[in-house]
Write a protein that binds this ligand. Structure first.
Ligand code: NAD
Ligand code: ZN
Length: 250
């Protein structure tokens, strides 16, 4: 089946990738719904919410500082690099991710749309202050604070990520939907496909007669519309797929 899927990709004109936490699992970043998804006794759905931050900002920040540390230890894996290869080959036009871990950017993906924000960005809960901690060099400083505060106005900072119940950044979402409308192929990698509106992406591609290729260790909310389902670890399957594509186009 990999050879057939590679053929579809090689002849595509506007392929995109749609990724979720599963693509970073092999990098050691815990998924939300996996066995290792719990922090202390909390489910992420209990902490990654505006209500949780309102009632206990210290606890929510403790959770995010733990996640930031975990992610700092992680490096991109062969799945991330395979998507970079496909972009360099001119096949992949964009990566649309639900991940906040920055690993696609670390790997070298150029056209990246982050639907749920980025854990290394913080923003003020009161003024319009925003900061990308990898650029400002303040990661360690922020990790040492109980509740990090805005350098401009002193109010609480929060992670610039989309919490459960919050709207997605409008501009990014509309760009992603537009890409999905015109994509002839979408490679869906490591997502349970249950978090909306992100999970509409593959459905939009399908509705516009595009081909849905899915890579996952198990079936997901997207599997019913997948034209091809490649079962296995993203870090194993994607490099094989890229090798096959290269064989076809070279
Ligand atoms: P999810 O945790 O709901 O699902 C992960 C999916 O990946 C599952 O379908 C699982 O079967 C699959 N998977 C696990 N290991 C895999 C592997 N090695 N190869 C291929 N597939 C594998 O993740 P989601 O669908 O992204 O939704 C969770 C939400 O939480 C997202 O919206 C995201 O914003 C956030 N989140 C982000 C991160 C991150 O940035 N790395 C991690 C956890 C959660
Ligand atoms: Zn401020």
């Amino acid at each position: 089946m990999i050879a057939e899927v590679a053929g579809v990709l090689a002849s595509s004109k506007s392929a995109i990738a749609f990724t979720g936490a599963g693509i970073s699992a092999e990098s050691g970043v815990p998924t939300f719904r996996g066995r290792d998804g719990l922090w202390k006794r909390y489910r992420p759905e209990e902490l990654a919410t505006p209500e949780a931050f309102r009632t206990n900002p210290k606890l929510v920040w403790e959770f995010y500082k733990w996640r930031i540390k975990k992610i700092l230890e992680a490096k991109p894996n062969p799945a991330h690099y395979s998507l970079v290869e496909l972009e360099k080959m001119g096949i992949l036009k964009a990566v649309i991710t639900q991940n906040v871990d920055d690993l696609h950017r670390e790997a070298g993906t150029k056209n990246l749309l982050e639907l749920h924000g980025n854990i290394f960005r913080v923003r003020c809960t009161s003024c319009n202050y925003k900061e990308y901690l990898k650029e400002s060099g303040r990661i360690e400083e922020v990790l040492q604070e109980d509740i990090p505060r805005c350098p401009k106005c002193g109010a609480y900072l929060r992670p610039d990520v989309v919490w459960f119940g919050e709207p997605l950044p409008e501009e990014v979402l509309s760009k992603a939907f537009k890409l999905a409308e015109t994509a002839d192929v979408v490679i869906v990698v490591g997502t349970s496909g249950v978090v909306y509106p992100a999970a509409y992406i593959p459905y939009i591609v399908k509705e516009n007669n595009g081909t849905v290729i899915e890579i996952n260790v198990q079936e997901s909310g997207i599997t019913p519309i997948a034209d091809f389902f490649l079962r296995g670890k993203a870090g194993v399957i994607l490099p094989k797929l890229v090798d096959e594509v290269r064989r076809i186009i070279e």
